[in-house]
Write a protein that binds this ligand. Structure first.
Ligand SMILES: [Mg+2]
Ligand SMILES: [Zn+2]
Length: 175
């Protein structure tokens, strides 16, 4: 049976967007972000990060830094009883200075390649899935992949996830 996924942008959605973040010491979770991941874990969603990391193509940091930061995020999420199931990132930039990464790819958001890759690797029911991101290109990426996309505009990410994934939200038991 196909599973459902919560796709999350990284910078500006899960963590404070300091430009071209790549150092663990600069990482700050946004309000309710770890709790949002935990909620999705507990409600049967695969949690999949989809993130543009053109800092690689710009020569600001190597891909190893991306992997190291993502490993650290999952280590830190253990404090919250949460985990991210997979990270997909785009290291490319068409006009970047490094030939290895200077290409028009299919994965730089708003292109849908990151979500498409995740859907190939996991059995994902796109209709039951959601993407949350802070930029219009995140929502566009989701829509191009046939996934509902919602904009995160600050506040608690947990509140937004609960609102979007539990219909009308939690109900009090009828009494
Ligand atoms: Mg972002
Ligand atoms: Zn790419």
């Amino acid at each position: 049976m196909a599973g459902k996924a919560l796709f999350l942008d990284r910078d500006g959605t899960l963590n404070v967007d300091t430009d071209f973040l790549h150092r663990i010491e600069d990482f700050i979770w946004l309000p309710g972000a770890p709790e949002a991941v935990r909620w999705a874990n507990d409600h049967g969603y695969l949690v999949i990060v989809v993130t543009n990391q053109s800092g690689v193509a710009r020569g600001y940091f190597p891909e190893e830094d991306v992997g190291r930061l993502h490993n650290w995020m999952n280590e830190d999420l253990k404090r919250f009883g949460a985990h991210i199931d997979a990270f997909y990132y785009c290291p490319h930039l068409p006009d970047g200075p490094l030939p290895a990464y200077a290409k028009v790819c299919d994965c730089r958001k708003p292109k849908p390649g990151l979500i498409e890759a995740a859907c190939r690797d996991y059995d994902i029911d796109r209709n039951a899935s959601l993407l949350i991101g802070d930029a219009p290109r995140d929502v566009e990426c989701a829509e191009r992949a046939g996934v509902r996309g919602v904009r995160y505009e600050g506040g608690s990410l947990l509140d937004l996830v609960v609102k979007e994934l539990s219909g009308d939200g939690p109900r009090l038991a009828a009494g």
